[in-house]
Design a protein around this ligand. Structure first.
Ligand SMILES: Nc1ncnc2c1ncn2[C@@H]1O[C@H](COP(=O)(O)OP(=O)(O)OP(=O)(O)O)[C@@H](O)[C@H]1O
Ligand SMILES: [Mg+2]
Length: 252
């Protein structure tokens, strides 16, 4: 059961790709758990879930009870095996969604119950759960550390035409290597005539390109009308189907 993490600079299309991959995999008959680990928290709408669940970080008492301890001590292995069942919301095509919320993080992450709880939850989900997992995350992964990210099979880094998102991709790959994520690839999104240039830059950085998604105004329309991209359809969604074919999920 493949575990896919989606990363990249702000606004490049991480959530669009995550939500669409999740729905397509679910339609293929997989049991899919989508995790919103991005502080901007909008994976629900990309999945077509109208009433997003309350983020886990808002359940402070639960987190303190599980991961907290007396006088600033916190547990490294809090109980988390019931969390997906209790807080996961089921959406269209039976995709299950868990929204993590915003955990304060510095370079190495905060030493607090919330951080400990989220790391334990991700470890559990990535290593123990027998579902396909799609993780919509922000660009930084350093605060998660090796033990937490070990279960990630592939990290997709979304880039858009523009130097900044390519720079970010380079940084993400460096971090991914540091925390032992072996397989990664770039997805070029919002592509126009500039694809060759971006491919060249990515090649220089040693990042293989997994797929190219064209700029598609249908996605803007979907966003404005609060329709999941997969329910809107169009060229971009077709391109994401293509990417799925290349991830060799189907053989598993
Ligand atoms: N291929 C595309 N063509 C046109 N618009 C797109 C495309 N992909 C994404 N968008 C639009 O770009 C905007 C940002 O996309 P999305 O929210 O998926 O990015 P993100 O990386 O998750 O952003 P954030 O960092 O804020 O979480 C949205 O309005 C989305 O509809
Ligand atoms: Mg997002």
């Amino acid at each position: 059961m493949i575990k896919i993490a989606i990363s990249g600079k702000g606004g490049v299309g991480k959530t669009t790709v995550s939500g669409t991959l999740a729905r397509l995999l679910a339609r293929d008959g997989y049991d899919v758990l989508a995790i919103d680990a991005d502080p901007s928290m909008n994976l629900a709408s990309a999945l077509g879930i109208k009433n997003p669940p309350k983020p886990l970080t808002e359940f402070e008492e639960l987190i303190d009870e599980r991961a907290g301890g007396p006088a600033g001590v916190f547990k490294l292995n809090p109980k988390v095996d019931d969390i997906v069942g209790k807080f996961g919301v089921v959406g269209p095509d039976n995709v299950k969604l868990l929204v993590l919320g915003t955990v304060e993080r510095g370079g190495s992450g905060c030493m607090c119950p919330a951080s400990s709880f989220m790391k334990a939850l991700l470890r559990h989900v990535l290593l123990k759960i027998n579902s396909v997992v799609i993780l919509d995350m922000e660009a930084g992964v350093e605060h998660l550390g090796r033990g937490t990210t070990r279960g990630i099979d592939i990290m997709l880094i979304v880039v858009e035409p523009g130097a900044r998102s390519i720079e970010t991709a380079g940084r993400v790959v460096e971090l991914a290597r540091q925390i032992d994520i072996k397989k990664f690839g770039a997805v070029i999104n919002k592509a126009g005539d500039d694809v060759k240039f971006i491919e060249k830059r990515l090649d220089e950085l040693g990042i293989p390109v997994v797929g190219v998604i064209p700029y598609d105004s249908a996605l803007i329309k979907a966003d404005m009308e609060n329709i999941a991209p997969v329910d809107m359809g169009g060229n971009a969604v077709e391109a994401i189907k293509n990417i799925l074919g290349k991830l060799s999920v189907k053989q598993e």
